[in-house]
Write a protein that binds this ligand. Structure first.
Ligand code: SF4
Ligand code: MG
Length: 278
């Protein structure tokens, strides 16, 4: 019997391109464990990515995969899910890809509550292109495009997608690998738009430019800065500032887009009755 990594990874394409200490392998491994725990059918699960260090994950995953264009992973994934609703569709994307170039695709996927699980590999920087600021670079942090410190405030991606209509929202870090597997499993089982943000160290650009001595130093930072959603609920806004609030942050029910669209098509065909003609 194949071991888990032999089953879910394209072993012949390893070793991967990620730098030593990069968190992206931890997230990709957690995703595979979660897919296994959620008992998704490997032959009916498609993983879609955009462009960037994190998006290279699709190359190593032994599923049907799409490595698409920058910021457009959710647009491709939406088309795929509409054409083949029976498939489980997962999107992998970096913070720049999802929050900048693909920002509109993200908020509209959340608004539609389309049944796609999106995993944001958040290293707070553009890694592959040389350490530029992304919309998730915290204010004051240094990047190759902000040598004196970033003046912009970072998005809170979890609040953004929740406000836009996502029905499952969670956050974790690569330090909290077991929690991450549990949250990803819940996201994969959820019917509707599920979003999981994962803080992931980029020691090569973000870490070096911001005074972290090593990748371990960055993990230690995650450990110190993280606070569970339950504890955070009792904290003041000032106490929560700058903290990583982790765990399941939001869960709700709303009509799912593909089901609604199928219902509309049935109405247009004169089936199902009760909705009148279009
Ligand atoms: Fe990871 Fe950063 Fe290296 Fe990209 S540049 S592989 S994000 S450590
Ligand atoms: Mg990034």
């Amino acid at each position: 019997m194949l071991k888990r990594h032999e089953r879910y990874f394209r072993i012949g394409l390893l070793p991967h391109i990620w730098c030593p200490g990069c968190g992206h392998g931890v997230i990709t491994n957690a995703l595979v464990w979660a897919i296994d725990a959620a008992r998704l059918d490997q032959d009916r699960t498609v993983i879609v990515s955009g462009i960037g260090c994190s998006s290279r994950a699709t190359g190593y995953l032994n599923f049907d995969t799409l490595h698409t264009t920058h910021g457009r992973a959710l647009a491709f994934a939406t088309g795929l899910k509409l054409a083949r609703p029976e498939l489980s569709v997962v999107v992998i994307a970096g913070d720049g890809d999802l929050a900048a170039i693909g920002g509109n695709h993200l908020i509209h996927a959340a608004r539609r509550n389309i049944d796609i699980t999106t995993v944001c590999y958040n290293n707070s920087i553009y890694g592959m292109t040389g350490g530029q600021c992304s919309p998730l670079t915290p204010a004051g942090r240094v990047a190759s495009t902000a040598p004196y410190g970033n003046v912009d405030r970072a998005f809170d991606m979890c609040e953004l997608v929740k406000a836009a209509g996502a029905t499952y929202v969670a956050r974790s870090t690569t330090y909290h690998a077991r929690q991450l597997v549990r949250l990803l499993t819940s996201a994969l089982r959820h019917r509707g738009f599920a979003f999981v943000e994962v803080a992931s160290p980029c020691p090569t650009y973000y870490g070096r430019q911001n005074g972290f001595k090593s990748a371990v130093d960055m993990l230690e930072f995650y450990r110190q800065q993280s606070v569970s959603a339950e504890v955070a609920a009792g904290m003041s806004a000032a106490e929560r500032a700058g903290r990583l609030i982790i765990g399941e942050l939001h869960r709700s029910d709303a009509p799912e887009f593909v089901s609604e669209y199928e219902r509309l098509r049935a109405t247009a065909r004169g089936e199902g009755g009760g909705h009148g003609s279009l």
